[in-house]
Design a protein around this ligand. Structure first.
Ligand code: CA
Length: 233
């Protein structure tokens, strides 16, 4: 893959240095911003491939940075926040962030998140979201006929399970919050019904990951939401 350019937004110098040292060692290009205003300016003027964004910035909330960038760009955004800030993470994901890292994080975690995002970027550029058939490992969704298959076998899904599966598939690689999923599938009246969502997700996963040893297609992010991952790559 060609050298990606990462915009690192972090006001904490030691954390920023850890990130940039890691990026340099792994052949990424990078630029830095230490506050929200610079982050928005750099994102607009230099068009990075991915933004790594600390949520606690001195001049503005990281969520505001996301909202501003999202008003004109779909560039992937990975947010960085402390463990105690789960609600901030959820707000950031709902504002359009793609993924998150929790402080303190390891170099391996940072690189793993970047690889996931890089694959998502490649899919976005290939226009994967607009294709008629979705394929991930053994899973195949034929949007025109409204059928999903595991290998040769058609999956027997309820309408809600099928909609959940399509939503996750169309956002492969992105963490979707409970609120985003329930609003997309049921509309706003279900906004807070995380309990029902959990039940539907459990039955969907049972069907999807049925043969023991089959790959895990759906990741659970406790307290936050779900993500479909690329398997077999
Ligand atoms: Ca900070």
């Amino acid at each position: 893959m060609s050298k990606l350019q990462i915009l690192v937004v972090e006001d904490d110098a030691p954390v920023r240095n850890l990130i940039t040292t890691t990026l340099k060692a792994h052949d990424y290009r990078f630029m830095v911003a230490a506050n929200g205003a610079d982050a928005v300016m750099e994102a607009a003027s230099r068009n990075p491939d991915i933004i790594l964004l600390d949520l606690g910035l001195p001049d503005m909330d990281g969520v505001e940075v996301i909202q501003r960038v999202r008003s004109w760009s779909h560039m992937p955004i990975i947010v960085i926040s402390a463990r105690s800030e789960d609600n901030d993470k959820i707000d950031a994901l709902d504002a359009g962030a793609d993924d998150y890292l929790t402080k303190p994080f390891s170099v391996e975690e940072l690189l793993a998140r970047l690889r996931v995002t890089q694959r998502r970027l490649a899919l976005m550029q290939a226009g994967a979201g607009s294709q008629a058939v979705f394929v991930n490992g053994c899973l195949r969704i034929d949007y025109a006929s409204g059928c999903a298959y595991l290998g040769e076998e058609e999956m027997h899904l309820t309408p809600i399970e099928y909609r959940l599966l399509c939503l996750l598939a169309q956002n492969t690689g992105k963490v979707l919050t409970h609120k985003f999923i329930t609003q997309s599938v049921w509309g706003s009246s279900w906004e807070n019904d995380v309990g029902s969502l959990r039940v539907y997700m459990a039955t969907l996963r049972k069907k999807l990951e049925k043969p023991s040893g089959s790959p895990q297609y759906i990741q659970t992010h406790v307290g936050i939401g779900y993500r479909m991952v690329r398997v077999g790559l």
